[in-house]
Design a protein around this ligand. Structure first.
Ligand code: PLP
Length: 409
């Protein structure tokens, strides 16, 4: 199994006490119910359709799918992405504005490389996407709070659906960010998986000259093909393309051709409500199971995405908790993997509802409750407002009021 997001790597975020080894052990444990990892449900991969596209592009005259292509990517796929984004509010976007990347992760890497030099600062949420944090560490960037009064060199945000919080950035926070007039990397990896209502227009729509916009098919089609995109403000486009070419010449021709063929033949727009309902139902099922099994844990229902961010009521040894959970045959993503800088306070974690079957949620949370009782024995109880640390469930400051979706049909 792929390295689950939440497993840690990278210099000063290097796993301090073997969390990654435990996460790998969890992935290989028979009968374990995975509530960690943040992987999409394989049930939703359009396998037959992608297989047909695969065969079609491989038997096409001249097989361009097996040939070199341009660094910016397949023109028809870039056109599709541009039209998709125009429908989301982007004005006058064309294929020329889009670079096809090896997943959103490469788009983040290119944007970071264009915008920030080692030693400069990147502003992030206190809890953020682990592989973006690893990337910033690997580029030797200082991580500072988004709300810091002093401007950072670059801002990294997930305005539509944040990972791990699962919230949507509110209007005041969006306005405050844009008012800084600094370069922004807008990660929209989960933007199409907002459970209810439509996502607010991307920040890049309001400030196309400063905002790098990152998207991906990993969450809505499948991650294995590694097809994502980057919309680069015009003044940085040549540099981004140059870096893309230097990194890997181009994104995989075959994967691009398969996705392009798939999109030409299937209504992607109609696929999304199905996915949103599917993941929303799972989010609600997992939330109720957690409430029943461990009522002292606090969380808010996510507005979208694959996981629920949880704040517990005690400060336990995270490694011991994960080890106990794996013994009980359930996994989770330890909270410190998402921390942009070390914090004190109650143990936090992310539970993913995307991969395990909902029928397993009750059993999974019973196992988790047992593991928690074992791990928390003797640990200091954390009050609701523990001294020295604000809770991590601070939607009010950054996040829009959580949507309360109608019960899924
Ligand atoms: C917020 C966020 N951004 C980017 C990515 C990377 O996506 P991709 O698989 O397209 O590289 C992920 C993957 O989990 C993610 O959660």
């Amino acid at each position: 199994m792929a390295r689950p997001f939440g497993a840690r790597s990278g210099s000063d975020r290097e796993t301090p006490h073997g969390i990654e080894a435990l996460t790998r052990r969890a992935a290989a444990t028979p009968g374990l119910i995975p509530l960690g990892g943040g992987l999409p449900s394989a049930v939703q991969f359009p396998r037959a359709e992608l297989a047909a596209s695969f065969l079609r592009v491989l038997t096409k005259q001249g097989t361009p799918a097996l040939q070199y292509g341009w660094p910016e990517g397949l023109e028809s796929l870039r056109r599709w992405v541009a039209e998709w984004l125009v429908a989301r509010g982007f004005h006058g976007l064309t294929a020329a504005d889009v670079i096809i990347t090896n997943g959103a992760q490469q788009a983040l890497a290119l944007a970071t490389q264009v915008l920030a030099r080692p030693g400069q600062s990147v502003a992030v949420d206190p809890q953020s996407y682990p592989s973006a944090l690893d990337l910033f560490v690997s580029r030797d960037l200082q991580r500072v709070p988004l709300t810091s009064p002093k401007n950072a060199h670059v801002y990294y945000v997930m305005p539509a659906v944040a990972n791990p919080g699962g919230g949507t950035m509110n209007d005041a926070a969006r306005a405050a960010l844009l008012a800084r007039r600094r370069p922004v990397i807008e990660d929209d990896a989960y933007g199409d998986l907002l459970f209810a209502g439509s996502a607010p227009a991307p920040l890049a729509v309001s400030d196309p000259e400063r905002v790098f916009f990152v998207g991906t098919f990993s969450k809505t089609l499948c991650p294995g093909l590694r097809v994502g995109w980057l919309v680069v403000p015009s003044r940085w486009r040549r540099r981004a393309l140059h870096l893309k070419q230097a990194a890997d010449l181009q994104s995989n021709s075959l994967a691009q051709a398969v996705v392009d063929d798939y999109l030409a033949r299937h209504d992607f727009e109609r696929r999304l409500p199905v996915l949103r309902r599917f993941y929303r139902r799972r989010a609600e099922r997992l939330a109720s199971a957690v409430r029943r099994a461990i009522p002292s844990w606090r969380f808010e229902l996510p507005a979208g995405g694959f996981g629920v961010w949880i704040e517990t009521d005690a400060a336990v040894d995270e490694r011991r908790f994960l080890q106990t959970a794996v013994e009980e045959r359930v996994s989770f993503d330890p909270g410190t993997g998402f921390e942009a800088w070390p914090t004190r306070g109650p143990t936090t974690l992310r539970l993913c509802f995307s991969l395990a079957r909902p029928a397993e949620f009750e059993e999974a949370t019973r196992r988790l409750a047992r593991a928690w009782r074992r791990a928390a024995r003797g640990a200091p109880r954390a009050g609701r407002a523990r001294e020295g640390r604000e809770g991590t469930l601070r939607r009010s400051r950054w996040m829009a009021a959580p949507t309360s979706p109608a019960p899924a049909p």
